[in-house]
Design a protein around this ligand. Structure first.
Ligand code: CA
Length: 225
């Protein structure tokens, strides 16, 4: 799961990032409107934690642009206590939830988890693809009802495949999803290859079918056909 934290107050931004990284998320940061807007144009995120008042613009404009480009992204607005209008406008524009500052990080984490769960499984407690079942609340994968031990990256990869089933995912998109925007892509392609190989092996060893198709020259597709 990859997130972007948009917040101009460095202390708040860093403490949110640190906390969520410890929870196992990939976190990127934007300290101003321009950076945030650039990032949502260039990269895909599962969730954006969005401050409204930024030094060079309004977080609601980031949200407007995001919803035009990548409407599937989750958005959690964090705003000042007296900014009721901003919250309402934000929700009207398609934000999923909001949190009033100041807040406790465990509260933020609980909202983030709930929001991602709603987005990924559309309200169902687990995501099922044929004999594979994912419980995103507890990070557990089962094949034919038996748990499979996956590394964090393998788990993230499988969840990414299942939530994008029947779509070709380029190696670049997979690398970006697993490691964020900053890694050298050439190295990442080898890593993507090894993670796909290991994931395949573990699913098949647990009695599952191999649903990962290699799309020559492009990437991979997770499909039952
Ligand atoms: Ca602010």
């Amino acid at each position: 799961m990859k997130m972007l934290i948009v917040e101009d107050e460095a202390g708040i931004r860093e403490s949110i990032s640190d906390y969520l990284r410890r929870e196992g998320y990939i976190c990127e940061e934007a300290a101003d409107y321009r950076t945030a807007d650039e990032k949502v144009e260039l990269y895909a995120y599962d969730l954006i934690i969005l401050d409204i008042t930024l030094p060079d613009g309004n977080g609601l404009d980031v949200l407007r642009n995001l919803k035009k480009r990548r409407p599937e992204t989750g958005v959690l607005i964090v705003s000042a206590k007296n900014a009721l209008d901003d919250k309402i406008t934000g929700l009207d524009l398609g934000a999923d939830d909001y949190l009033t500052k100041p807040f406790h990080l465990p509260e933020l984490n609980a909202r983030v988890k709930a929001l991602l769960r709603r987005r990924i499984s559309q309200g169902n407690p687990t995501i099922v693809f044929e004999e594979i079942e994912v419980d995103p609340m507890n990070n557990v994968i089962q094949v034919n009802g038996s748990p499979v031990e996956l590394s964090k990256k393998e788990y993230d990869l499988l969840l990414y495949f299942i939530t994008n089933k029947n779509r070709v995912l380029t190696k670049a998109a997979i690398a970006e999803h697993l490691w964020g925007d900053y890694m050298d892509l050439a190295d990442n392609f080898d890593l993507v290859y090894s993670h796909v190989k290991n994931l395949r092996k573990k699913i098949v060893q647990s009695g599952g079918q191999d649903y990962i198709r290699t799309v020559y020259g492009m990437g991979y597709k997770f499909t039952g056909q």
